[in-house]
Design a protein around this ligand. Structure first.
Ligand code: BES
Ligand code: ZN
Ligand code: ZN
Length: 512
């Protein structure tokens, strides 16, 4: 989708539609909206007076301009109560309101089969507002709500928007708006890419296909890409990862994507190095601890963490972040078969720690254990992992936020802040030593499950055994990876949760 920023006035724009925003508790129309209302002989005030449109959050209404303005129609969108729009207190919440409002306007435009619309920056007269951040949120809302997956539909519904324009009269403001809109576009497109991969069915998106997608991203974004196949994974002694893959005929792949800032443009001698690890189970049947059909419905998306890592590393290259980034994605299928991992098996992981497998459906932690242990060869300043790890996190936190765990306060608080800024919120759960008790094995160093109570914490605690003392944060996205219903900027199906969260985290990175 094309994102344009143009100097001009919204009431002089002859686009297919223009959007205007309105607060629910706003007594009078002001500024340009007032001027437009006058030119339309009071059509906006008339609508408000009749209370057909009051400006509730995400409410929309269409006004036809009947030749009184260059544009044929106005999409009015509600921003809720201005009293709740606390820019200096709750900036993240304001940005989220804008993201949703512009997503709602975009949805309405799509319903009308409109291909492009123009907007200005709203709210127009808010003191201290950061234009770049607001433009970013607007662009994100529009691009995210424009997402559509119709590759497998014979009859395509021509309903997506081709572009939108932000119009601004003041020359001095244009730069900030351009910067924000460009950032929003990269953030949203990274999310939409992760959505695509997670929505692909597992017969198409196999570990091999995922690795080909990584190679494609590497070519497009000048990244280093290494795909390790079975013999190389064996040589690395990643037996915990291999054990999970052993039930399937699809060969596992270890995807390593690296971004390093361009040396010619280098501002520093040494950049911090961060490793991002993403769970890449392209289908999780549970293995011999077989899931039910109902439980398997979303399991083509069990590689969401991996998809997010792939899109974040490429978007970081697009945005030229001053950081060394290494994305590691262990990709495999978790299936039952005659060659599958069995209950009670003991394996020696990459870290040399032995693991007793008591449930083959707790496979995410097994592949991540080896990837996290391998991450240490890069001597990173921090390790982050993101995974659809446990159904227990969905029980604990619902579908509103992801769970985070970690061994480093500052790292965790950076992640929480990135969550507030992006609306991809995270909530911390504890990792006290007491939880280690539950994964003590009678026969091996550790076992892969530790009962139902606190299962999301126990899974995280299991991972901690493989990161050692490296600063580390684990994000469990199993409650937020799929949506059962449409929300303003979230489609039904894969959400792509985590791409904007990690991108914001990396953009704000200033060391530990
Ligand atoms: N991929 C699942 C977790 C999951 C569940 C993701 C629901 C998204 C939606 C994971 O591999 C799994 O099966 N976890 C088990 C662990 C249990 C056996 C200890 C779970 O959470 O039920
Ligand atoms: Zn599982
Ligand atoms: Zn899984």
């Amino acid at each position: 989708m094309k994102v344009k920023v143009k100097r001009g006035r919204i009431d002089q724009t002859g686009d297919q539609a223009i959007t205007l925003a309105h607060f629910e508790d706003q007594k009078k129309l002001t500024g340009l909206v007032k001027a437009i209302d006058e030119r339309l002989s009071g059509m906006i005030s008339h609508l408000l007076k009749n209370k057909d449109f009051v400006g509730r959050s995400n409410q929309t209404a269409i006004i036809y301009t009947q030749g009184k303005l260059p544009t044929p129609r106005i999409i009015l969108v509600g921003l809720g109560k201005s009293a709740e729009f606390d820019w200096n207190g709750q900036r993240g919440a304001c940005l989220e309101k804008l993201r949703q409002a512009f997503a709602s306007a975009c949805r309405r435009a799509k319903e009308l089969r409109i291909k492009s619309f123009s907007t200005m920056v709203f709210p127009a007269d808010l003191k201290g507002m950061d234009l770049a951040k607001v433009s970013q949120a607007m662009a994100e809302g529009i691009l995210l709500s424009n997402y559509q997956m119709d590759q497998y539909k014979s009859a395509k519904e021509e309903r997506s928007l081709e572009g939108f324009t932000i119009v601004e009269e003041d020359r001095e403001k244009i730069k900030a708006i351009e910067k924000g809109a460009a950032l929003g576009k990269v953030f949203a497109e990274a999310t939409n890419f992760a959505r695509d991969l997670a929505n692909y069915p597992s017969n198409i998106l196999t570990p091999t296909r995922l690795s080909l997608e990584a190679e494609k991203l590497a070519k497009e974004n000048n990244l280093r890409c290494r795909i390790l196949s079975l013999p190389q994974i064996k040589r690395l002694k990643m037996n915990s990862f291999l054990a999970v893959a052993s039930g399937s005929k699809e060969p596992p792949k270890l995807i390593i994507l690296e971004y390093r800032p361009d040396e010619r443009l280098a501002k520093k001698k040494k950049y911090d190095t961060l490793v991002l690890v993403g769970k890449g189970i392209t289908f999780d049947a549970g293995g011999l601890s077989l899931k039910t059909t109902e439980e398997m419905l979303e399991m083509k998306g069990d590689m969401t963490g991996g998809a997010v890592v792939m899109s974040v590393v490429s978007a970081s290259a697009k945005l030229k972040f001053p950081l060394n980034l290494i994305g590691i994605i262990p990709a495999a299928e978790n299936l039952p078969s005659g060659t599958a991992l069995k209950i009670g098996d003991i394996i020696t992981s990459h870290s040399k720690k032995t693991i007793e497998i008591l449930n083959t459906d707790a496979e995410g932690r097994l592949i991540l254990a080896d990837a996290l242990s391998y991450a240490k060869v890069f001597k990173p300043d921090a390790i982050l992992d993101i995974a659809t790890l446990t159904s227990a996190i969905k029980i604990a936190l619902g579908t509103i936020c992801a769970g985070i765990f970690g061994n480093h306060e500052k790292l965790k608080s950076k992640m929480i802040q990135a969550g507030q800024k992006t609306g991809e919120r995270v909530w911390e759960l504890p990792l006290w030593d007491d939880y280690q008790e539950f994964i003590k094995s009678d026969l091996a160093d550790i076992k892969n499950v530790g009962g139902k109570p606190g299962a999301a914490i126990i899974a995280a605690r299991f991972l901690q055994n493989f990161v050692g003392n490296y600063p580390w944060v684990h994000v469990d996205i199993a409650g937020v990876d799929f949506s059962e219903k449409e929300r303003p900027y979230i489609p039904k199906g894969a959400i792509g949760f985590g791409a904007r969260l990690l991108l914001q985290f990396l953009r704000d990175w200033d060391g530990l």
